[in-house]
Structures are given as structure tokens and as C-alpha cells.
Design a protein around this ligand. Sequence first.
Ligand SMILES: CC(=O)N[C@@H](C)C(=O)N[C@@H](C)C(=O)O
Length: 768
Amino acid sequence: QDPTPVTLEQAMANPDWIGRPVESAWWSWDSRTVNYTQQRTDSNVRDQFQVEQESRGTRKLTGAQRAEIDGAYPVSDTQGARMAFVRNGDVFVRELSSGRLIQVTRSVTEEASPQWSADGQLVYRSGKDWFVWRPNAGVTAIAPVKVGKDPAVEPKRDTLQQQQLALFKTLRDDVARKQAAAAQSRDWRAEDPTQASPSAYIDGNFEIQSTSLSPNGRWMLAITQEKGADTGRETNTPKWITETGYTEPESSRTLVGRTDPVNQQVWLVDVQAGKARQIALDGLPGIQVDPLKDLRAKAGKDPLKGSRAVRIQTDGDDSGTAVHWTAGGDEVAFMVRAVDNKDRWIVSLAPKGKFDSVAAVSRHRLTDPAWINWNFNDFGYTPDNRLWYLSEQSGYSHLYLEGKALTSGRWEASDVTLDRAGKQFFFVCNRANPGTYELCTVNRDGGSVRELTSLKGVEGYAIAPNQQRILVRYSGSYLPTQVATIPLNGGQATALTDTRSPEFKSRTWIQPEYVQIPSKHGAGTIWGKFYGPAKYEAGRKYPIVFFVHGAGYLQNVSQRYPAYFREQMFHNLLVERGYVVMDIDYRASEGYGRDWRTAIYRQMGHPELEDHLDALDWVVANKQGDKDKAGIYGGSYGGFMTFMALMRAPGTFKAGAALRPVADWAQYNHEYTSNILNTPELDPEAYRKSSPIYYADQLQDRLLIAHGMIDDNVFYRDSVMLAQRLIELRKTRWELASYPMERHGFVNSDSWYDEYRRIYELFETELK
Ligand SMILES: CC(=O)N[C@@H](C)C(=O)N[C@@H](C)C(=O)O
């Protein structure tokens, strides 16, 4: 069937017309219905729906109905008797045998992090404080950890104080009376289980960043950093169009390397005794070796002394700081990351019986001369207290149990869950090819990995409370995320939703062709999505447009619904108007393992340009592409690459549109940039080599720059700086389109339309 023509107006319209995707989705307690949220048409409001497994009947929930419904991301206890969840910031428990709903809290504070202990008690956090709930005993507050001197500890008296006591009996008697009262209070508290435990004190110039309570309520881990440490100067972004009529400054992020991330400390707290101990991390393997020693010396900096600075970070499962306890609560594992990004350690502590001597045990060290991935950092314990984790140590993210690889190969495992019995691991995998995502399983004792779905675009999943079925979130090239369920051991998927509009569904779209391009630069295979006509006219050469996706670690050559769905519709329009379009996963893209990711270390824009040049030759050789009529465009990292393509390979692409582009990496954020380029102070060479602003003199082809003026991710300033360079260089073939009310991702369809009209006109003028 011929593709349905699409206009620019339609492609750039508010995506309501497509039908909004399913966002989060979760099971009800009885495993009979699935709940999901979806954005309301012409609104930012999210509605909640419930769909029945058997009948597939769907209802939109009212506020009163929501009161009976389980909240998202419920956590089951180890016996499968109860599950807990947070709804509207309050904790609830559902009894799975009867369906009885118990409201544990009704507070103005946000509750979070519910976790069950092996013996059926629930711990949760309310604001910064921790609480324990027991089925027949209600709620107990855990005394908060405090910073300061412990009032129960006798202060050391200086000579003046000692002299006073020595001189005056009355003073000595007063002190003795106070000490006796304190001792009695301590003794009574220790012998009386109905009394609350005392607070533990952390002495020093610290502030507490986060805490995590063991599920048995016995231990706590506290993460601190230096109080009032300099966290860096933030940039002010002016807001131009405002309700006040004045230009209003808005505070945004800091710049890479201006201030190093602050070192953190780990403290173990004995909750019962009210005692805190700092856990030394100096013994972690390699922590005292500076991987940046040579760069530091070259930059004229002093050598590092002692341990490198570290932070206790998230493991990427969005559940907060990366701290996981065994269900019994007697062992904890946490992830320590060097602030230079070269190492990550999974460290455990087993405090029971040895609080005063407990030491950090490094269970897994992942080290990389480039940087440790942002993703694939999940870890946790099995019900029988064995540590599992994801690691890129083999070059691809794989699953390990106590150091033994359960998966291997040139593919990646992510998003790991265990069944309740702790026998089977579930995870998302891309075994067939890097862009095809399924749900996989492997037995915890090893054996072969098995795909449970054949949906191609699996995005996430959740196991039903009765452990019979799995709900799967999946999408396709033209299918925004939907929900289906499958039997626990795999098989036919039952689709529960299709939120596309009839208008969108009735259209025929150009299906991307998944192509494999051999790299001429020793990089192996470059995967691409190619959009071209169904039939090629003999002897005709087609103008070529390259689309370059963004970064922050993402993959666009996949069978999932692209974040760049508007751009995909634009590619349909371009093909309809006589172009061919190529969209590749260049080196640095997600889904291809560690070496593909880190190929850009200290040289952004270099391997990726090689990949684009190889892909260009491939389109010319295989798809009747016209080498003399090639253009390139993309946003953010894609805008950066457009600059690099035009400036480092002048004459290759006759026109380029750089949208929300990075022109100078020294202007970007720390979290992302310091991984790849270290810091500008330490590694100026990497910044010089990787930043388009230093290549501006080589621009000769037509360039359109487009940028939202209140972009708080890649600042508008990047485009302003490049514009000033181009003015000073007397370059003539460029223009800057500014969008006063847009941030990084445009929101208003007027802006989208204006931007893509300019891109289209640029290509029509220069490539035809
Ligand atoms: C980390 C990050 O946001 N990087 C940007 C440079 C980027 O490439 N963003 C992508 C996602 C975009 O398309 O905006």
C-alpha cells in the first residue's frame, strides 16, 4: 500500500492526534486487572485507567475509584501474603488473600521506599525520617540520625573545667546527679522494648544526604558530605517573554568541571544502641590509584594524595540512592562511584555481631579507562542473600550472581527482576540484533537464556502478584507504548491497549529498513534506519538527508517507538518529496556494548563522523543516493554532530541544520560531559578536539542554527557563542533562528512547524 501523504503541519502538530502512549502500568492486587496512566488530550494532566485481563474492558478511574486501587510499583513481601505501595504520598498495605486494604499513613509528608523484611514487617521513609509498621503493632518511629556531639557522651573537660570541679563540691554533686539520671534513663531504655531507640550522632562538619533503614529496622546506612561544600556557580538563563513584562533571570545548571562533585562518606548506624560509625572506603581496590595522573601532571596540577573522592549513587532503577539490604536486614550492599567516573564498586557490610569492627567488602569492581556507563548498574540480593548485579566487565552488560556470569554474548541485559521464589531472573535483552528488545529469562542456577516475548520493542515489564503472568510495555516504529500480558513462562501476548487514534491507525507509514553498514574504519557494523521510496526510478539519483539522533546515551535504530517520532514523520514527508533519509546509530549510541560507547572518549565528533561518512558512501553505493546532494540535521548531540560534519568535512554535506546544538562542551553539564572529556582544566586538549567552536573557520556549506532561548539543558549561549565566532570570521552562509519561549525539547507546535519549515526550505534550496 502506498504511504499516506503527510503535511508538515500534520507532522509537527500536537501529538494528541496520534493518541497518547501508555505511561506507567502496574498490576492490581488480584492479578486480574492492569492499571495504567495516560496523558489527557490537550493537557498535562494524567488520567488513570484500569483494564480487565479477561474481558479487556477499560474504565477511566474517578477519584473515589482510585481510593480502592493499588498504587504504582507495589512491593510484595517474601511470602506473597501482602504488598505495599505509596499512593498520593501515603503508604498502603494490601492483604493478598482477602484484598483488605490497610492505610498505614495519612500525612502531609511524602512517604517513599517501602520495603518488607523477611519476617513480614514493613519499613518506609516519610520525608527524612524512617518508620516501621508491623501488622498487629502499628507504626514505630526510628530516631533520626543527627549531626553533632552526642549529648549522652561525657564531654572531655579542659583544665579550666577540671579546676572548677576540683574546687567545688556542690558543682561535683550537681554533675553526679545529672550523670545518674542519664544512666538510669539509658538503662531503662535498653531494658524496655516499648521505648524508642535513641538518636545516633555523627560528629563533624557534615550534612546528611540520604539514609536507608534495614528492613528489620536494626541498622541504618547514612550518606554524608561536607556541610556547605561549594557545589558550583549556576548560570542564569534570561526568560524573555514573561508575565511581568521584565526579563526575568532563571537559575540553571553549573558548567562541567568548574567545581568537582563533593566527596561523600558512608556511616553505619546501630539503631538500637544509637551509635554511628564511619565506614572506611580506603581499602577498595584501586581507590588510591589516580587514573588521571598523567593528565594531572601535564596540566601542572598537584598529584592526588590518598583515596579518590567518591559518591554513593543511584543504580539506575529510579529508587533513589543505590543501597540494597537483604530481606533479613543483616547485610547491605551499596554502590560507590569515583567522581572521576573511572571506577564503580559494589560494596557490602554485614554488621551483625561486629558493629565495632565491621569493614567494607568490595564485592565487585568495574573499572574503565574511559568511563563507567550511566546505565546497567542494577544490583540486589536474592531471597537467600546472594548478591546479583549487572556489569559491563565483558564489554556488554550482563547478569552475574556472586561473580558467576548468568548471561553472556554480544548483547545487553537490563532492567532485572527476580521472581518471588528467587529461582528465575527476568530482564530485557536484545539478543536477535541490537535494536530488537524482548523480555528474557534465565534460571538463577545458570542454563540457557530464553526469550519470553516476540514483540520486538519491549520497554519494560512487571510480574503479577500471583506470579502467573507478566505485563509487558512495548512499542513499535509507529506504535506508541502499549501494554500486553504474557504467561510467566512466555507465549502468546494478549494486547490490552491500543491508544492510537483512528486517524493515525488508518494511515500507511514508510517502514524503516534496518540496514547494516560495514565500517571502513574498523568499527564493525553500523546499524541504520533507512527511509526510501518503494520503487526507485532507474538512473535517478536521490538527494540524501542524514538525521542524527541525540545523546545522553540513546539508541534510535531500534524497533521501539522513537523519541524522535515527529522527525520520523518528517522523514516520510522527505521521501514523498524525492529524498532518501538515513538515521544511524553512530559510535557512542546505546545498545552496542562498552567499546562502541567509549570510542568517543576524549574525541567527541571524530569516530561518529567516520560512521556518518561510511553511511553516506553506503547510501550512494546501495540506494541511488546523490553524493553531491547530501544534507544533515539533528538536535542536541545531533546538532553538535551537524556542526562537526560541516566543519570537519567541509563540502561533504551541502547543507546542515543544527538544532539546540552543543558548540562548546566546556559549556555543558558535569554529569554527562566529565565522563567523556574529563574536565576542561585537566584535559583542555579533549575539549579543544571535541568542540565545534574551534573548527568554525572551516565552515563553507549552508548552515541553519535553531535554538530555544530558554533552553536549560544545552544553553542558548552555545549558539550565541558560535554566532559571534561566525560573525568575526565573516562567514556568510549561516543563520540563527531563535525561539524565545522554548526550552530544549520544543513544546509548541508553532515552534516545531517554524523550525521544520526552515529545515525543509534549506534542503529544498541546497539539495535540489
Ligand atoms: C545528556 C543530554 O541531554 N545530552 C544532549 C546533548 C542531547 O543530546 N539530548 C538529546 C536527548 C536531545 O535530542 O535533545
